[in-house]
Design a protein around this ligand. Structure first.
Ligand SMILES: Nc1ncnc2c1ncn2[C@@H]1O[C@H](COP(=O)(O)OP(=O)(O)OP(=O)(O)O)[C@@H](O)[C@H]1O
Ligand SMILES: [Mg+2]
Length: 250
């Protein structure tokens, strides 16, 4: 069964049709890239999946059950987590790393305390390759890359099956981006977690995704295995997007 299935998703803001019958899935341990130009509706899809926006038409299934059911939504709140573009605005500046990581844990493991909790915090930091020395720092005492690692650690805290990553690298320097891509691949290899990775960077998609969904003005115009789509794009829009970012052969 496909872990996350989006079916016939349409969304309008007043008279502006933002999504039109969008359909795609994310399987277990799969990395799916969702690409498209600015304004094509990528974040709106993420918000609909995360329950931050309501689709006008369509269904979103989580492990085969509709997210319109409250009990399914509750399960999904733990099973799918999100990481956004700007790590600093995602983190409460008054909190320490310890507080930032404890908050999601308090939701899932409210009784956990003392050395057991501390060991879990250290493990979480270790998974995102940060030192436990950072526990008492505030976001302004961290680099942007470190902040994004804290955001990823927060997202991993409830041990989700799926991370929805909305342009997680855009705020970072190129060298920091490369290290974060390595980190995401490591996490995927060791835990089998799935990603829905939203980006307009085809190079990143080529590096880490298995499947790709190409969005143009709210329509899925192409979907398939990354290698197939990138080497033989069938849709004019995908070809044009690729021409912008990759040198054409010959
Ligand atoms: N709350 C809103 N009210 C009205 N229109 C909105 C709202 N949110 C998004 N839109 C519009 O919906 C369209 C899709 O926006 P969305 O943020 O999903 O695009 P995106 O693909 O994520 O773009 P970007 O790459 O710039 O992040 C845009 O035209 C945007 O202006
Ligand atoms: Mg967006």
């Amino acid at each position: 069964m496909t872990m996350l299935l989006v079916e016939g998703l349409s969304k309008r803001y007043r008279d502006h049709q933002v999504l039109t019958e969008v359909a795609f899935g994310v399987g277990r341990s799969e990395i799916v890239g969702l690409v498209g130009q600015s304004g094509s509706g990528k974040s709106t899809i993420a918000k609909c999946i995360l329950g931050l926006e309501r689709p006008h038409v369509g269904r979103i299934l989580w492990h085969g059950e509709s997210l319109s059911e409250r009990t399914v939504r509750r399960r999904a709140r733990r099973g799918m987590q999100a990481v956004f573009q700007d790590p600093r605005s995602s983190l409460n500046p008054r909190w320490t790393v310890r507080q930032l990581l404890s908050e999601p844990l308090d939701n899932w493991l409210p009784a956990e305390r003392g050395v057991i909790r501390l060991a879990r915090l250290a493990r979480l930091l270790d998974r995102v390759a940060l030192s436990a020395d950072l526990l008492d720092r505030h976001p302004h005492e961290l680099s942007t890359g470190q902040c994004q690692r804290v955001c990823i650690a927060r997202a991993l805290a409830p041990e989700p099956d799926l991370l929805i990553l909305d342009e997680p690298l855009s705020a970072l320097d190129v060298s920091v981006q490369a290290r974060l891509i390595e980190l995401l691949l490591d996490l995927h290899r060791t835990s089998g977690i799935s990603y829905l990775l939203i980006t307009h960077d085809f190079a990143v998609v080529a590096d880490i995704c298995q499947r790709i969904v190409v969005l143009d003005k709210g329509n899925v115009v192409e979907t398939g295995k990354v290698d197939d789509v990138l080497s033989r794009p069938t849709h004019a829009y995908t070809q044009a997007l690729l021409r912008d970012v990759l040198p054409m052969p010959g």
